[in-house]
Design a protein around this ligand. Structure first.
Ligand SMILES: Nc1nc2c(ncn2[C@@H]2O[C@H](COP(=O)(O)OP(=O)(O)OP(=O)(O)O)[C@@H](O)[C@H]2O)c(=O)[nH]1
Ligand SMILES: [Mg+2]
Length: 409
């Protein structure tokens, strides 16, 4: 590692240490900076439209793994017919725009289209497969695509088991992944799925329109699995709209338990915010270090630990020694930098491995390793810690790159 780089690292470490131990940043300044940062890397909006009780909220709950969507907290009214659900609330990675009242009253989507405009998008239409009267939804899809022929559309057909023969289970394995569907798909269901698909009028534009069959039941409905087709829903989302959303929400190392998943979401949210802040140095009220400190405090709270002087010194010390050995320089050189295409200045700055976004992601992942080991009363292995950091640096760059790319579309 060259001298200049090492000095830059030491400066960064010092800033972080100060931000952690003696936060001097006004909460309001931080909030304003974060808002400005989000404007640089806007939060993708998944816009759900569908008749009342079609299963919109159930989809939000399944994609986020959050029950808060179920009980309705966290929803903010934003237009007359829509409300926003930011997830996670504190540092959102994705926002759901949940349209209400469709099919009940005369719904004019213009206001919602205007509201949702100029952000990355996926339109997710939701319909019960047993309900063939979907004109209201189709009308909205037509109106939206006339105005935005470039927006991909994914249509989820829900409530599959309503068309099974009495007391039958889901067809397993999931048979709808590729056509033609096998014979074990119940005949009534097959007919209804196809009829709904055929009823969709042609939409403007050549952006993808894709269908997926799901059945997100309640545990006491007795169907196994309760989130039937969720994997296919994720695939559909990734296919029509390559935002990298699944990785952002779940992690690509199969993050499953609630702790790790909560930590992961915090890390992604803060990394994206830091990336945005790094992209606008002039209007910066607070630095990336303030965002990183905020993240580390959030993770500390999650793992019930505080960043006191000793803990901070240990963490940064163990990690920092790795920087000097050149291990990280190796990763910078070989792996992370390679991920950066030449999209021009701003995006380059945003996605750069050395940028605040990727380092925030890596710091967060390293902190989780550190905090989890200590929570379990185990030694922190410095080599492993640095390895976690280095690997996360490359992955963090990719997460930010995905978001930046989505905004270029
Ligand atoms: N069988 C089945 N039931 C579902 C599915 N999705 C949702 N439900 C059930 O249908 C009901 C309505 O689901 P919600 O997700 O609240 O529907 P919604 O579209 O958000 O409804 P509103 O907010 O009232 O417009 C609930 O009882 C869900 O448990 C599905 O895929 N299959
Ligand atoms: Mg709902």
């Amino acid at each position: 590692m060259r001298f200049g780089e090492r000095k830059a690292w030491r400066d960064q470490w010092r800033q972080l240490r100060t931000a952690l131990l003696k936060p001097s940043v006004d909460e309001r300044d931080l909030a304003a900076s974060l808002a400005a940062a989000r404007a640089k890397l806007p939060i993708p909006v998944l816009w759900l439209i569908g008749k009342t009780q079609a299963g919109k909220t159930s989809i939000i709950r399944a994609l986020t793994g959050s029950d808060r969507a179920e009980i309705g907290s966290g929803f903010q009214p934003c237009t007359r017919h829509a409300r926003l659900y930011d997830f996670p609330a504190e540092m959102p990675v994705v926002r759901f725009l949940d349209t209400r009242g469709l099919g009940e009253i005369t719904y004019d989507p213009d206001e919602d289209i205007r509201f949702a405009e100029a952000q990355a998008h996926l339109l997710l239409a939701v319909m019960k497969v047993a309900d063939q009267r979907q004109e209201a939804v189709f009308d909205v899809l037509r109106a939206v695509r006339r105005r935005h022929p470039e927006w991909p559309v994914l249509i989820a057909q829900t409530g599959l088991h309503e068309l099974y023969a009495p007391v039958s289970d889901h067809p397993v394995p999931y048979p709808f992944a590729s056509e033609p569907w096998p014979d074990r798909v119940p005949a009534d269901l097959r007919r209804a799925l196809i009829a709904q698909r055929r009823a969709l009028p042609a939409l403007s534009g050549s952006a993808p329109v894709s269908w997926v069959a799901i059945d997100l039941t309640q545990p006491d409905d007795g169907y196994e699995p309760a989130d039937y087709g969720l994997e296919a829903l994720w695939q559909g989302i990734e296919q029509v709209s390559p935002l990298g959303l699944k990785t952002q929400l779940l992690g690509d190392d199969g993050v499953r338990d609630l702790y790790a998943r909560t930590a992961h979401l915090q890390i992604v949210g803060h990394a994206l915010a830091a990336a945005g802040i790094g992209a606008v140095p002039i209007v910066d009220l607070v630095g990336v270090a303030a965002v990183q400190a905020k993240l580390l405090h959030a993770l500390g709270a999650l793992y019930r630990q505080t960043w006191d002087r000793r803990t901070t010194a240990q963490f940064l010390g163990l990690l920092g020694a790795g920087v000097a050995t050149g291990l990280l320089a190796h990763w910078f050189g070989r792996s992370a930098i390679k991920l950066i295409p030449v999209w021009g200045q701003t995006v380059g700055a945003v996605v750069g491995a050395g940028s605040g976004g990727a380092t925030t992601y890596a710091l967060g992942k390293a902190a989780v390793y550190f905090l989890a080991r200590r929570q379990d009363g185990l030694e922190v292995d410095p080599t492993r810690l640095r390895q976690v950091y280095a690997e996360a640096l490359a992955r963090g760059a990719r997460v930010i790159q995905d978001r930046a790319r989505a905004n270029q579309r």
